[in-house]
Design a protein around this ligand. Structure first.
Ligand code: PLP
Length: 370
């Protein structure tokens, strides 16, 4: 990826760019299992979330957001910021959306025509039952928008089979690239909604972007470096095989979860919805200050960067990201560092139990995706 990123610049209105654009879009269609357009915008993932909102919604329109954490809240807040009448279906952090609840809310609010849902909630380490939710939404013939910034390419995702109308992802998570490029799958139904939607918009206008991308260009100057990086990430996924990559994430996640429990830690997410791309762990140190100390020690002494909790989970949990460029050997490195840090701050007395438990999971073989 780094080599791909270090090549000299090209004219973004020329034939070399058209070839890169084609390779990238076809690769994304392959990885996301879609025949729809994939529109590219220079922005972080949040830009893609905003693009979905401004192209699908009108001020005062009633709309359902299913939110189970920080990123779900962010998406709902964007829509509220544009004046939509946001109905929130919330779950306590650490739990997934119950598909039947989505059906109930839609039946109670017949004016709602659009549903927004997070595939994988990074702040809590929870994966929603996306196929079941999509089934509920599409059987009622509603528009479905999905945030899969931290799920796409790592978790099973058949965009067209599920009938997803807008799917948002971002370069810096499962695609193994740096931040800066957001990508949105857009269905014909979503374009039709967009033509009527009244939210103010300019930069993220789907119709104009589509017109340019039909010619192999983007409306604005594109982030060529990020595009090359994602294209290389997809080339790596093609070599591995998409379903093998999903299985790799499933195996690695099971190693992390089993290893953490072997260290006496409890996992934040409910057992039936734990994410294969990020694991949230209850703070084992006894206090938010001590957790901060542990994370700082890991970073400075052991070269391991882990995340704390976001928003109301701050001080309550820490998170291990295990997506994209991750394998079994990396999990051993994580436990080697983490256990030394936990010992140094007095959470455990002996090191090795987590690593041994993770090793035992790997020894039993690949863990099928659930
Ligand atoms: C990372 C992420 C985003 C986008 O965040 P940016 O910082 O704007 O790239 C959106 N949703 C989820 C679930 C994420 O994990």
């Amino acid at each position: 990826v780094i080599t791909a990123m270090s090549r000299p610049m090209i004219n973004h209105r020329g034939p070399e760019f058209a070839a890169l654009f084609k390779e990238l879009v076809e690769g994304l269609q392959w990885a996301l299992r879609t025949r729809n357009d994939v529109l590219l915008f220079p922005a972080s993932g949040t830009g893609g979330l905003e693009a979905a909102v401004v192209n699908l919604l009108s001020p005062d329109e009633q709309v359902l957001f299913c939110t189970i954490g920080s990123f779900g809240d962010r998406w709902a807040n964007i829509a509220a910021g544009y004046g939509a009448d946001v109905v929130r279906l919330e779950m306590p952090w650490g739990q997934a959306v119950v598909p039947e609840d989505v059906g109930r809310v839609l039946d109670e609010h017949p004016s709602i025509n659009q549903v927004f849902v997070t595939h994988n909630e990074t702040s809590t380490g929870v994966t929603n039952p996306l196929a079941d939710i999509a089934n509920v939404v599409k059987s009622r013939e509603k528009i479905l928008a999905v945030d899969s910034v931290s799920g796409a390419s790592c978790l099973p995702l058949n965009t067209d089979d599920l009938g997803i109308d807008v799917l948002v992802t971002g370069s810096q998570k499962g695609w193994m690239a740096p931040p800066g490029l957001t990508m949105a799958v857009v269905s014909e139904a979503a374009y039709a909604v967009s033509a009527r939607a009244k939210c103010p918009r300019w930069y993220f206008d789907f119709a104009r972007e589509r017109k340019y991308q039909e010619r192999g260009q983007t409306y604005t100057t594109p982030p060529i470096v990020e595009m090359r990086a994602v294209a290389e990430g997809i080339a790596m996924l093609r070599e591995e095989g998409l379903e093998n990559a999903w299985t790799r994430h499933s195996t690695v996640a099971e190693m992390v979860r089993t290893g953490m429990e072997a260290l006496g830690c409890s996992l934040f997410a409910a057992p039936d919805c734990r994410s294969n791309t990020v694991t949230a762990i209850d703070n084992p140190t006894g206090s938010p200050e001590k957790l901060k100390e542990l994370l700082a020690l890991l970073r400075t002494t052991y070269g391991l960067v882990l995340a704390g909790g976001q928003d109301k989970a701050q001080g309550q949990i820490f998170r291990i990201g295990h997506l994209g460029m991750i394998d079994e050997a990396a999990v051993y490195d994580i436990f080697d560092a983490l256990e030394q840090g936990m010992r140094d701050v007095g959470v455990i007395t002996d090191t090795g139990a987590g690593l041994a438990a993770a090793r035992e999971v790997a020894r039993r073989g690949a863990v099928a995706v659930g």
